[in-house]
Design a protein around this ligand. Structure first.
Ligand SMILES: [Ca+2]
Length: 193
């Protein structure tokens, strides 16, 4: 039922904003304080604003040769957390790719992973950059790795896991799509080339 409602709502938005759907850049704002954690019973509970988890904004640019995604956090810092910025892209042909940037105390500059539905794939020329000063994670993907799509759509999520040596450590997640529920699976609007 929820899915049907979400689909209907998304369709209504698309109809209401035809001009905007043509843009080559999308900005997705996300609220402050909408970070969730999971209890021992597997229940998701909202915990407010947590460093390294609370997303503020995502910018998606569809350029001539590259797709650039910039995730901005409210507070990205070098503490003991293991952090992941996760982007899923979908193209007009139905191709989906997962792009993950992982960073931790041993690897502050982070590592990037590019994967299809079943396994990690090679993407020559993919780059990433984490700026703890600007609170951003920037990902740049050659369009050739996405089979030169006409348009792309994105979903974004941030995950932070606390000090792994601490048995009471928890994990935090924020869905960056601007809805106050972590289970949100809405895609961004189409960002065309
Ligand atoms: Ca947020």
């Amino acid at each position: 039922m929820r899915r049907i409602f979400v689909a209907a709502f998304t369709a209504a938005l698309v109809i209401a904003t035809p001009a905007v759907a043509e843009a080559r850049t999308a900005h997705i704002k996300d609220a402050k304080g909408d970070v969730y954690t999971m209890t021992g019973q597997g229940e998701l509970v909202k915990v407010g604003s947590i460093p390294n988890a609370d997303l503020r904004r995502t910018t998606i640019r569809h350029r001539a040769h590259r797709v650039v995604v910039i995730g901005k956090y409210f507070d990205l810092r070098k503490n003991k957390d293991f952090i992941t910025y996760a982007v899923q892209l979908r193209t007009n042909t139905g191709l989906t790719r997962d792009i993950l940037v992982d960073a931790n105390p041993e690897a502050r500059r982070g590592e990037i992973h590019f994967a299809g539905p079943k396994k990690e794939l090679r993407c020559k020329g993919i780059t990433h950059r984490i700026s703890y000063r600007a609170n951003t994670v920037r990902i740049s993907i050659p369009r050739s790795c996405l089979k030169r799509p006409r348009y792309i759509q994105a979903q974004v999520m941030a995950v932070a896991v606390g000090d792994l040596t601490d048995p009471n450590s928890s994990f935090f997640l924020d869905n960056g799509m601007g809805k106050r529920i972590p289970e949100n699976e809405d895609w961004s609007r189409k960002v065309r080339r």
